[in-house]
Design a protein around this ligand. Sequence first.
Ligand code: HEM
Length: 560
Amino acid sequence: MERYLSQESTLVVLGGLLTHFIFNAFEPHRPLVWVFLFLAPPLALVWNLHLPYSSAPLLLLKHLATLVLSVVVYRLSPLHPLAHVPGPLHLKVSNLVIAFISIRGGKRYELIAKLHKRYGKIVRIGSDQVSFADAQAAKACMSTKDGLPRAIGYATAETAETPGSIMTSYAAFYPNPAKVHAERRARWALGFTSKAMREYDTFLLPRLERLLRKVGEQQGAVDLGKWLSYFTFDFMGDLFFDGGFNMLNDQDADGFWKIIEEFAPVIDFLYYLPWLTPIMMALPGGDDAPINKFVRFAVKCVNDRLAKGNTVKDVFHYVAGEHIEDENKVKPSRAVIESDVQTGIVGGADTAASAMANTVFSLLMNPDKLKRLQHELDTAFAGEGVDPNDSARLAQLPYLDACINETLRVFPPVQTRISRGVPRGYGGVHVAGVYLPERTSMDFPPCVIHRDPHYFSPNPDSWLPERWLADAERTMGQPFIMNLDAFMPFSIGPANCVGRNLAMREMRLVIAQLIYRYNVQPVEKDPEEFQRKWLAELRDHHVLLKGPLNVVLTPRSPAL
Ligand code: HEM
């Protein structure tokens, strides 16, 4: 019996180690393979050693304990390929830790900033995950065609039937991501040419008027953050579904905004745990999960839009390949259209809404700068026949752009995770003097890079639009550093934000008109309390989500 016991224990340990080896070498993603690898070794032992079946649960426990212990020891050991990257032990052990930190409080940006302060430019924040707060490294990985694709966390559930969006097409999952992505990107890019964007004014300007009217009509305190979100979602609806979601009118009666806000933390969580996505999707009751609710909603919108046909050349027109007349050219599949549209809505609405809300917040915290902006707008819009919505004119207002750019620097809507990965089979890479083995996922955190005094000085944590002006040195009265290579709210390179110019157009219009037409004042009179409440409600779920921005609006007459 004793002989059997020691033989049994040895075999359990060997089985656990072998299972770890298989997981590490082959990264199986199918839930059934997992179940097999968990159950097969202990059951094989029972069978081969003719043990009683009642011993199976204990053997299973021992098998799993060996497996977990082996994984933990390996990840903390000098044998791990990322052992040379510093970081706290509890994060190195498993991506689960950063995933749970992210989904729980959404204050990942505070943690990432703290970690970089303690460990330096590169920190290991997961078993195969690093955060790299270095502009040179970001440039090396992202700015050329030969750069790295997005990390595997972007592409978890892709199959021939669900090939994923433009975002996932650039992920390490594909054999040739740059080629797959370039084809998708070319269609998207057609939707953001100056000519295409001029056409969007036909629905952008009426939406803007509706926003201004709606916020002006509210009695007493107005949650401006909420109204800005309604506006950006409606505008995305215009861009993709020829009609908007009508949130400005019905205040999100369909609960669509709520679906997105529930969906964002989940998808953010799954990024770190790509193996979990197929398991979650296969779970019973998954139909009601935010991710599935959102997908169903988007599919319904695509169906309605396709049934309606194209009355305007909107972004959908290009993304869905409606512009392709040559019958020999392949049109995007229905699955591709559905995924791309979801990406556009999520990527285009909350980002712009948080940037605009943070711009207003920052102006309210700095009344002298608010006055300066109002003066610039009053001067620019004075005189007969001036069109305040003219895009060329708005783009030439230096203080307006300075306020928006400074907000994108201090509060980038994508805070901690512009992601790239070293694909499996690619071999390791050297980036800015650091070796990164294959299968490493990298996050470039704009919120840390943008506040690094080596790139932006003085006072990198402070919101100072003046640093963007030509006379910045004189205005700020001290020598200053302004490294535009380190400014990356829209990312850089061939997979950067394709909607950047449209987002800038949208933000210039809204901020200019709001500040020109209304006196805006925070309901909370104590600036410290106002700031505390606002910052406490910012949540980083890949895209920055915000709480209420309670203000009082009164119509203003221009000073000129
Ligand atoms: C202030 C507003 C916005 C910010 C800060 C922002 C930021 C970003 C960032 C950081 C990325 C990731 C790029 C990368 O991985 O390298 C991205 C990608 C993307 N954004 Fe935006 N975005 C904004 C608005 C928009 C808008 C209005 C749209 C479209 C309607 C849009 C559509 C996209 C798309 C389709 C991608 C994927 C591009 C690709 O893979 O080629 N974004 N955006």
